[in-house]
Ligand binder design. Sequence first.
Ligand SMILES: Nc1nc2c(ncn2[C@@H]2O[C@H](COP(=O)(O)OP(=O)(O)O)[C@@H](O)[C@H]2O)c(=O)[nH]1
Ligand SMILES: [Mg+2]
Length: 164
Amino acid sequence: MMNKVMIIGAIGAGKSTLTKALLNKELNAVKTQALNYEEWIVDTPGEYLENPLFYKNIMATSLEVSHLIYLQDATRQLSNFPPFFGTGMAKLPIGVVTKCDVENANIEQAIYWLKQVIGQAPIVITSAVEQIGTEHIRQLVGCNSVQEMRDYVERANDPQCFFA
Ligand SMILES: Nc1nc2c(ncn2[C@@H]2O[C@H](COP(=O)(O)OP(=O)(O)O)[C@@H](O)[C@H]2O)c(=O)[nH]1
Ligand SMILES: [Mg+2]
């Protein structure tokens, strides 16, 4: 199976914008109302995370992918993830902080939230609009184990991409 990633995050966190940036693609900018399959990425509606009734959909769709991106918007003070949400998912986790380009972004707070969600996992600080961190995500989705992701992060030697 080709490695694939499903992106989970709150409404407006930047899932669809990141999807576009990862694929270098112009997708239409309308709000994501349903699962959106684009090449090796499954973009999800923010409602999937914000309404616990949809958790079963996240679980079911995760069976189709190798990796899950847990997306945290650095411009939001709150997390929509229940604690340890990611540790119950049997897929390779990647924590992603979005909107690091925004002046009032609180990256430390976003990292703190992601650590609560995914435990031990790579975290990448990104801006989809400035294409910061996107290549790290592509490389991590190409990895086939946590150890491969660890090795990649070590080789990359970039403070914007680290193991929590
Ligand atoms: N400054 C900045 N804005 C972003 C970034 N990513 C997304 N946005 C903006 O955040 C808003 C919501 O993005 P969208 O991708 O639709 O969020 P989604 O609901 O998670 O799919 C849009 O206005 C985007 O332009 C980013 O990296 N930097
Ligand atoms: Mg969207």
